[in-house]
Design a protein around this ligand. Structure first.
Ligand code: ZN
Length: 363
């Protein structure tokens, strides 16, 4: 039998948020043996391998494919870094690494838009947001779809599954390509805000090579608010002293949460401290703190939808892609906004007439 790829066993365990002890409990394999597998000092028996495959939710072939580098922790902008337990961060980071498998697969086959994200370290977030808007030709207009916009400027966007929920989102670089990973179990408005927040990190903080503290989080939030709700546009809509009902009525213009709009109105001095606080109390009472009643539907990736379309037109099914990546289809689907219609899987058209060379995707 081939030799197990230790980096893959470690990745799979971290992806599920398991310590060696927890994995030992779940599989009935001793922690000492598991540790020896991870060190490469011992090879698992076939039975133990099957048990690991089942418990960790990866095909046996996953554990024998090529070595994988981890995404370095310092390459990642995590929200609430200090509050997030290490195993949760590892789970999100490992989920990101699995998304990179697909990202690399796509890169070999498609030409995607080139990265066009300016680096503006030490710039005031409001100014930086205006500069990115100007560079991308957005004027003061509301943004129809944040994910499509990021993708059109060369940012690769993938989804994280619900088990990464307390990480929210993170961004990193793969070579020169910026990547954003989003927790998509939240409201459409919050996913949009997270997308703009991660853009803020890419613009403001990608020069730093260390995890970011609370200041960086605040800067990314200020960037996101200014990017989604440009000062000039917000000031031109007679929202001075707006009460809760007006905020709820107007939030759809910028496709933001009521809380985010209230905060922005306060930031641009259209709401006093007192006005802002009373709106927050009202919104909380009406259920707008953690959810968004009557919210927008979540945005998804345009690039990934086109990739799957093109691949299907070539006679390859998503199940075959998953197989090439040594993943189960549901695992792949968790990183692509659930865009794979799993119910109609199977029945691939065969490999006849596959395209040679890379296909250019226009977003
Ligand atoms: Zn952040």
């Amino acid at each position: 039998m081939d030799t197990l790829t230790t980096s893959r066993l470690i990745l799979a365990r971290k992806r599920r948020g398991l310590s060696l002890v927890k994995l030992a409990q779940a599989t009935g394999i001793s922690a000492r043996s598991l540790s020896a597998y991870e060190n490469g000092h011992q090879q698992p028996s076939l039975d133990n391998l099957r048990e690991l495959s089942k418990t960790l939710g990866f095909p046996v072939s996953f554990f024998f494919a090529s070595e994988l580098d981890e995404i370095p922790i310092e390459a990642i902008s995590f929200r609430a870094l200090s509050k997030t337990p290490a195993f949760r961060r590892d789970a999100a980071r490992s989920a990101g690494r699995i998304a990179l498998l697909l990202n690399d697969w796509i890169d070999e086959r498609f030409v995607l838009p080139s990265p066009d994200v300016p680096h503006l370290p030490k710039t005031d977030p409001e100014t930086a947001a205006e500069m990115v808007r100007a560079r991308w030709g957005l004027g003061q207009a509301p943004i129809a779809n944040m994910i499509h916009l990021l993708e059109a400027h060369g940012v690769r966007v993938y989804s994280l599954s619900a088990e990464c929920a307390d990480v929210d989102a993170f961004s990193t670089y793969r070579g020169k390509d910026p990547l954003v990973l989003l927790d998509v179990s939240k409201s459409g408005e919050r996913i949009r805000f997270d997308s703009a927040h991660e853009l803020g990190h890419l613009v403001l903080h990608s020069e730093h090579r260390e995890p970011h503290g609370p200041d960086a989080e605040q800067e990314a939030n200020r960037f996101a608010a200014a990017f989604l709700m440009p000062r000039g546009d917000v000031l031109s809509h007679s929202l001075q002293g707006a009460m809760t009902d007006r905020i709820i009525a107007w939030k759809s213009r910028w496709r933001v949460s009521a809380m985010a709009l209230a905060h922005r109105l306060h930031e641009v001095d259209l709401l006093t401290e007192w006005g802002y606080r009373s709106v927050c109390v009202n919104l909380s009472r009406m259920g707008y703190r953690s959810t968004e009643p009557d919210g927008i539907s979540p945005e998804t990736s345009q690039v990934l939808a086109k990739v799957f379309q093109a691949v299907r037109a070539d006679g390859q099914s998503p199940a075959e892609i998953a197989k090439e990546l040594h993943l189960h289809l549901p695992e792949l689907n968790r990183h692509v906004f659930g865009l794979i219609p799993t119910a109609i899987e199977g029945g691939a058209a065969g490999s006849a007439g596959r395209r040679q060379g890379r296909l250019t995707l226009v977003t």
